[in-house]
Write a protein that binds this ligand. Structure first.
Ligand code: HEC
Length: 261
């Protein structure tokens, strides 16, 4: 019995090993069960994503409030790239497909060949707007970036592709008037949907529309994962946590009964 089990594990490990090499053409390779280290192809002891800089400095309040119509790299652009491109097997630091690493500002600008104020000259913009599916990024069967995500990246380049940061909590975190459509869905789309959409979502969890997100809210896994509560795998997976204000806004929505507003 034990021998059969070991042989099975070996086969599984070999299978996973070879599938790593085809990762970019297909689904992002992530462990079905990251806790199972015997078959986990990803080294979870070292985090391939640069977590030394958290996306937003939540330690200070005031001073540098976020301005409307300004695209802030770490708040607005980086999460899109982290959840759609900086996967193991694709554009994280370890895999660097085609030399492209999309895990922090310098790498995005340099390896994504981003030219400030110049959409047509920026490779990063070209590949996300490519209509030929063979050339588009993320490649099929991953979904293309949404029109809103492409617009955010385009605006960022047209505003000079700078590394601007702002304090989301400037003047305190406003958790009143939180709505599903205007508050919760955009956060989930930027930070979560890259892994939780398509035909084989990570963890078998889809987070693309109201019913799916409300279901995760109701069973407690939405808050449990974004707060990293014991018993839940912290989300976004192997990336810095959401900033405190985003967590508070989502919590306010869940506490209000997760309405479809
Ligand atoms: C880089 C890919 C990735 C991103 C981005 C990501 N997830 Fe996950 N998610 C996973 C993986 C892998 C699992 C399976 C983890 C496990 O089983 O331990 C998972 C599982 C889950 C689960 C089920 C966990 C449970 O204990 O029931 C929920 C809920 C979830 N994710 C929510 C989120 C939310 C919310 C976000 C955004 C804030 C997010 N995920 C972002 C990869 C990702």
């Amino acid at each position: 019995m034990r021998t059969i089990f070991k042989a099975f594990l070996l086969l599984l490990a070999i299978n996973v090993f070879f599938s790593l090499f085809t990762a970019c053409e297909h689904e992002p390779i992530l462990p079905d069960n990251p806790g199972d280290t015997t078959t986990n192809p990803i080294d979870t002891t070292t985090n391939p994503i640069d977590t030394t800089t958290t996306p937003i400095d939540t330690s200070t309040t005031g001073g540098n409030p976020c301005l409307p119509n300004v695209v802030y790299f770490e708040r607005d652009v980086l999460p899109i790239l982290l959840s759609n491109c900086a996967y193991s097997g694709c554009h994280d630091a370890a895999s660097h497909q085609d030399g492209v690493v999309l895990n922090n500002y310098n790498n995005v600008v340099n390896t994504g060949d981003v030219k400030p104020y110049n959409l047509n000259g920026s490779d990063l913009y070209e590949v996300i707007t490519e209509t030929d599916p063979d050339k588009r990024m993320p490649p099929p069967p991953n979904a293309a970036l949404s029109a809103a995500q492409i617009a955010t990246i385009g605006q960022w380049i047209l505003q000079g592709a700078q590394n601007l940061t702002c304090d989301e909590n400037g003047g305190g975190c406003n958790t009143t008037n939180v709505s599903f459509a205007a508050t919760v869905l955009p956060i989930i789309q930027n930070y979560c949907s890259g892994c939780h959409s398509g035909s084989s979502p990570q963890g078998g969890v889809l987070l693309t529309n109201y019913n799916q997100i409300a279901a995760a809210a109701t069973v407690g896994s939405l808050i449990g994962t974004i707060k990293g509560t014991s018993g839940y795998t912290p989300m976004p997976f192997m990336q810095p946590p959401l900033n405190t204000c985003f967590i508070q806004k989502i919590e306010a929505w869940v506490t209000a009964g997760a309405p479809n507003n």
